[in-house]
Design a protein around this ligand. Structure first.
Ligand code: FES
Length: 105
């Protein structure tokens, strides 16, 4: 699978997130304690921008109506009721790379 460089490692400190563009996708990129996670930047409820959500542990809470998702899988924390497509992330030297397509479940 192809990967796309989306950020410098130092530009996204631990505890932060932001939206990046990967081809035709808008992706929410998170840094949790130095580990990076990437989910499509659209909540399955009504499309809320997950990149602007609250991060607590490995959970992100949608800023619009507070649905919560596991950053590792994109699955709702309440159960496998809805999910956000996730992308693979690699860190190489000083760059963060995201897979060009979401990972199939
Ligand atoms: S749009 Fe995310 S919880 Fe409603």
């Amino acid at each position: 699978m192809d990967f796309v460089r989306v950020a410098d490692v130092t530009s996204l400190p631990p505890g932060t997130s932001r939206a990046v563009v990967v081809g035709r996708y808008e992706v929410a990129l998170f840094n949790v304690g130095g580990n990076f996670y990437a989910l499509e930047n659209a909540c399955p409820h009504q499309g809320g921008p997950i990149a602007d959500g609250w991060i607590e542990g490995l959970t992100v809470t949608c800023p619009w109506h507070a649905w919560c998702f596991d950053l590792r899988s994109g699955t709702m924390t309440l159960g496998d009721l809805a999910f956000i497509p996730r992308f693979d992330v690699r860190v190489e030297q000083d760059g963060v790379y995201v897979s060009a397509e979401p990972v199939t479940r």
